[in-house]
Write a protein that binds this ligand. Structure first.
Ligand code: HEC
Ligand code: HEC
Ligand code: HEC
Length: 436
């Protein structure tokens, strides 16, 4: 908490020192290319139809619906979902063409400013929970198509609650400091030394798909570190490294295996669950195979971390022995004694890079709360895993995590019991039920 307060101080100081400068820079925005007269809720014309179709694809690639729709709501883009951040919950806005509670009164230029530069209608700063630091790379053409598509969605009257963060995060001006430190007002620049396919992958991953928002580790005030796509803790989950590293990354997956994961939600070893299941279900499964191949080419060209496989924890270690017993009694039915699971259904724990991640949060969360793989058009019957929180103690959960990280050729640091206790607290799961 002190760390967070100190970070707040840094933000405020940076804001005060450089606010004026940044304000001036903000006005030299390339968003001036967009029209500033026609309001969002004015009628469209039949000649807009093709652009609207393309814009729908842009909205899917940007996964706008994920944050801008409340869980369980049937009213797409009507807002109200609270995005939890280390600084508090931030409500995503109603971005339908409703004039009163949505953005029906906005012009195209105002829309560009919000999406690409994180500016509200009156010029104030949006919180970076809206991934404008990635969307800044979206091309003018995609932005225009997206704008026309958003104008075509159903207006929904839904007043979203105000975001109330504690001081100093309630001061939107403070975000100027964040922008100064982390926001690069730069359009996507193709790397001419690379293929068109690589550049398409780069454009999607760095921009619309905002993969770094989850997969790049953050510093204490929420900015991206330089460890690009090298894995990041999201609280209950860990978004693993997705670079060419062959130990903790996906360097050993073929391009087709990466495509399968993003299209079906599962491949020869892994099954997408939690936040990644949502990303696959809402967004990546709907991309063309060509775009998914491009993403694979780009990811596999990233240098990645220097994580190296350590020696495995030995089987006669006390924690490993406990883990082996827990595994034998509870897990073999689905994951098998060779750890290979059932392809595209129950994840393989052997030879699965995510199981050896530096951070075991996703393993602990999956074992405690159980899980369901992504449901996709290509794989509608995804497998489910039961919750073990009631059955296994924190000590047993950590032990089985250590065991699967160090069996069948896997090797990774042991998981301390405190980590399991911490995950149980985050998940608000009750303690193990002791059967007498
Ligand atoms: C990871 C979550 C997330 C995603 C994905 C996302 N947004 Fe947002 N967006 C937010 C949040 C949170 C806010 C409110 C920020 C604030 O209050 O400062 C917001 C605000 C906005 C606003 C400003 C609305 C207003 O009334 O000020 C617009 C416009 C917007 N988003 C459009 C989009 C579009 C278009 C996409 C897809 C290309 C998108 N957003 C994707 C989280 C997201
Ligand atoms: C909302 C957060 C979030 C976003 C956005 C996101 N991911 Fe993920 N990703 C995760 C999490 C969490 C996991 C781990 C899932 C699990 O354990 O089942 C994951 C897993 C993966 C994996 C499997 C890695 C492995 O070793 O098993 C790949 C590949 C991947 N993501 C690629 C991507 C790509 C490409 C993008 C952008 C198109 C993306 N992700 C966007 C959170 C996210
Ligand atoms: C009834 C079948 C079943 C049982 C029993 C079961 N699992 Fe699973 N497990 C699954 C399925 C299906 C998935 C994929 C869906 C998911 O990730 O939630 C999975 C996924 C996992 C994952 C995530 C892998 C990844 O790629 O993210 C881990 C870790 C895991 N199981 C560990 C265990 C452990 C440890 C046990 C025993 C305590 C166990 N499972 C028992 C079916 C099962």
């Amino acid at each position: 908490m002190n760390k967070i307060k100190a970070a707040g101080g840094v933000i405020v100081v940076a804001a005060v020192a450089a606010g004026v400068l940044l304000y001036q820079n903000g006005n030299t925005s390339t968003d001036n290319v967009a029209d500033n007269k026609i309001k969002m809720n004015q009628p469209l014309t039949p000649s807009d139809a093709d652009a609207i179709t393309r814009g729908r694809y842009v909205a899917i690639a940007g996964d706008c619906v994920a944050c801008h729709t409340a869980p369980g709501s049937k009213e797409a883009f009507s807002g109200g979902y609270s995005i939890s951040t280390p600084f508090g919950g931030i409500f995503a806005s109603n971005i339908t063409p409703d004039a009163e509670t949505g953005i029906g009164n906005w012009t195209e230029r105002e829309f560009y400013r919000a999406v690409r530069h994180g500016k509200g209608k009156e010029g104030g700063n949006l919180y970076p929970a809206m991934p404008y630091n990635a969307y800044v790379k979206v091309s003018d053409r995609d932005m225009h198509d997206l704008w026309l598509y958003m104008r075509s969605v159903k207006p929904v009257n839904n007043k979203v609650p105000e975001t109330n963060l504690p001081f100093p995060y309630n001061i939107r001006l403070a975000m100027m400091g964040w922008n100064l430190l982390f926001f690069k007002n730069e359009a996507f620049k193709p790397d001419l030394a690379k293929s068109a396919e690589w550049n398409r992958g780069a454009y999607l991953v760095e921009g619309l798909e905002h993969c770094a928002a989850c997969h790049t580790p953050k510093n204490i005030i929420g900015g991206d570190t330089g460890a690009y796509l090298q894995g990041s803790n999201l609280g209950e989950w860990f978004a693993p490294e997705i670079t060419s590293n062959t130990y903790t990354g996906i360097g050993d997956w073929s391009n087709d295996q990466v495509v399968q994961y993003l299209k079906l939600g599962s491949n020869h070893v892994a099954v997408a669950s939690g936040p990644m299941a949502e990303a696959v279900t809402n967004s990546t499964q709907h991309l063309t195979d060509q775009d998914l191949q491009a993403i694979a080419v780009y990811l596999k060209s990233q240098p990645g971390s220097d994580n190296k496989k350590p020696a495995a924890v030995v089987l006669n270690d006390a924690q490993m022995k406990m883990g082996a017993n827990v595994y034998e009694a509870n897990c073999t039915a689905c994951h098998n004694s060779d750890g290979k699971g059932i392809p595209n259904l129950a994840a393989s724990l052997a030879n699965n890079p995510a199981i050896m991640s530096v951070d075991a949060s996703s393993i602990l969360t999956t074992v405690m709360q159980g899980g369901r793989g992504a449901v996709t058009v290509g794989n509608p019957t995804s497998g489910a895993m039961p919750s073990f929180a009631w059955k296994l103690s924190d000590e047993q959960t950590a032990a089985v995590a250590t065991y699967i990280r160090n069996s069948w050729g896997n090797a990774a640091p042991a998981v301390p019991t405190e980590d399991a206790t911490h995950t149980r607290e985050l998940l608000k799961m009750p303690s193990q039920i002791i059967v007498k």
